[in-house]
Design a protein around this ligand. Structure first.
Ligand code: NAP
Length: 537
């Protein structure tokens, strides 16, 4: 007998909700979590300035109406400490911690005889019939591959491994390496107190204003009344945000109308400028040029030194073809006398030294170095666990030419493994996808319970068809021609140097419709059977 019916790896939002749902099936459950608390992304990413880029009230769990009425978000885009408090409140309310084992990093998960054996970093083992990975798409931090990185004598941090006690920058000489969504949030905060801040930017990103502000009492009352409508809207939009693309093409309106629309989006809170833009903004190069030129002009207006402004304007990709970092006075940071921007493409970092770093041009001295260098996205968290399926085949090996899944949640050759945010699930406003995926996996497990089925695995032809759909969805996207985690590129990771179709780029409603059709059809795309060795039904 295995120790548990199911083991869930990870106590972030997906692991927490999966635990709540599977308890309803009366299962014996265990969540293994590497950290000391719940929260996942919001537990690990404690860097200064970390906050939502989606509206707070569209991000929280939707499944508990009582919790929705009880919890009051303080800002339209909540800061990380508040989100972590919220997730701890959920853990308290549902008494989740009694099934969570903290400080428990899973190093291996091997399948045999209808079940999984998990090995932890301390060498201990646990077994379960079902393995559920709740390990997130952006959770495996990557440090840059720069010589001497261990030699720096001062404190240095990756943003996703930030010290719980915080860091005081007052009067300090600080370096930030990386200018993605994380770097941007960090830079605008650190610049407030650092004695001197040097930003090392390899590729500029197109950033746009977040326009965050506190939620007024009147707004709070309306939000709480409107929750059903808010979540209904999220269920209908392409990426589960409150924003959705404008149905007009860029050139269907006059130049003056276009400019007015861009101005309106630029002045509005949140992702509207990115995901609420003209429908062809990220498929038609000419349309993309229009919005890129508009945002470039804004950067030139906001940054006083024209040379620095040009450094901050991306030249190798158009607006929105990579994740748009949302900012609050980010560009104005470069008008401060205590901030310097270094072009790490023109003058690459050659070495980290005991007292700072050396570029191809000069030496720098720092008290603190911050690595905002991102993640081995989508599959990195899977690669960091030695996952082996039938006949000992390693998942990393099976996915060496790119991940292969059925709806991002199942992998052929890995029976009874369910991935909550696997590589081809719909992302966007992630908690909305989490709730759907958790409910889909829970319904499948309920179905298996009802029919006394012990094993589930996707059929090869279903995986083939799904992969063809994933490829088809990506056709024509300008983002395909740009290096980023969207296209599976991470220069700091071996084997991630070339672009591929790494994620699902269809709409969330289309994704859910396909998953629902599998369930409604009685899971014909899966081999469902008795325990290992028996003929699947
Ligand atoms: P990222 O977008 O991958 O950015 C990493 C940055 O580090 C890039 O600017 C990269 O430059 C730079 N870098 C890496 N290695 C380097 C090196 N050796 N030398 C110089 N620069 C180097 O990672 P991220 O900013 O952590 O964001 C990842 C994702 O997390 C986001 O896209 C977003 O989906 C999510 N996120 C969300 C929020 C939010 O919702 N509030 C906040 C933060 C992050 P290159 O571009 O040249 O590679």
């Amino acid at each position: 007998m295995p120790d548990f019916d199911a083991i869930i790896i990870g106590a972030g939002m997906s692991g927490m909700y999966q635990l709540i749902r599977l308890r309803e099936l009366g299962m014996k459950l265990r969540v293994l979590e590497a950290g000391t608390g719940v929260g996942g992304t919001w537990y690990w990413n404690r860097y200064p300035g970390a906050r939502f880029d989606s509206e707070s009230y569209s991000y929280g769990f939707s499944f508990d109406p009582e919790l929705l009425q009880e919890w009051s978000w303080s800002e339209h885009f909540a800061p990380q400490p508040e989100t972590l408090r919220y997730l701890n409140r959920v853990a308290d309310k549902y008494d989740l911690r009694r099934d969570i084992q903290f400080n428990s990093k899973v190093t291996a998960a091997h399948y045999a005889d209808g079940g999984w054996t998990l090995t932890l970093a301390d060498g201990s083992r646990q077994t379960a019939r079902f393995l559920i990975t709740a390990i997130g798409p952006l959770s495996a931090p990557t440090l840059p591959r720069i010589e001497g990185i261990e030699s720096f004598r001062g404190p240095s941090f990756h943003t996703a491994r930030w010290p719980h006690e915080g860091v005081d920058f007052t009067g300090k000489r600080v370096a930030v390496i990386g200018t993605g969504a994380t770097g941007v949030q960090t830079i605008q905060e650190v610049a407030k107190t650092a004695g001197h801040l040097t930003v090392f930017q390899r590729t500029p990103n197109w950033c746009a204003p977040l326009h965050n502000r506190p939620i007024t009492e009147e707004e709070q009352r309306r939000i709480k009344e409107d929750y059903p409508a808010i979540f209904q809207r999220c269920a209908e939009t392409f990426a589960c945000f409150l924003h959705s693309a404008d149905p007009r093409g860029t050139f269907e309106v006059t130049k003056a109308e276009r400019e007015a629309f861009y101005e309106e989006l630029y002045a509005s809170p949140g992702f509207g400028i990115w995901v609420g833009n003209f429908k062809d903004s990220y498929t038609d190069p000419a349309a993309n040029r229009e919005i890129s030129d508009f945002v470039a002009a804004k950067i030139r207006q906001r940054v006083k030194d024209p040379r620095v402004a040009e450094m901050l304007i991306p030249k190798n990709h158009g607006f929105g073809t990579r994740r748009v970092p949302m900012e609050t006075r980010y560009y104005e940071v470069y008008n401060q006398p205590n901030v310097e921007l270094v072009d790490s493409k023109a003058t690459p970092i050659q070495r980290i030294t005991p007292t700072g770093l050396t570029t191809s041009e000069r030496d720098f001295e720092f008290d603190i170095i911050i690595y905002a260098t991102g993640f081995d996205a989508l599959t990195g968290a899977f690669d960091r666990i030695d996952i082996r399926g039938r006949e000992g085949v390693a998942l990393k090996q099976a996915w060496s030419a790119g991940a292969r899944t059925l709806v991002g949640m199942l992998a052929e050759g890995f029976p009874n493994m369910f991935m909550l945010l696997g590589p081809h699930t719909a992302l966007g406003n992630i908690p909305r996808s989490i709730e759907f995926n958790v409910e889909w996996v829970s319904a499948l497990l309920a179905h298996m319970q009802q029919h006394h089925l012990a094993e589930a695995e996707p059929r090869p032809e279903a995986v083939e068809a799904w992969m063809a759909h994933v490829m088809e969805c990506s056709i024509g996207l300008l983002a395909n021609d740009v290096d980023s985690w969207f296209t599976g590129v991470n220069k700091n990771v071996e084997g991630r140097q070339t672009r591929m179709i790494a994620r699902y780029s269809g709409s969330a409603p289309a994704y859910r419709a396909r998953c629902d059709a599998i369930a409604a059809g009685g899971y014909r795309e899966l081999r469902l059977g008795a325990a290992s060795g028996a003929t699947p039904g």
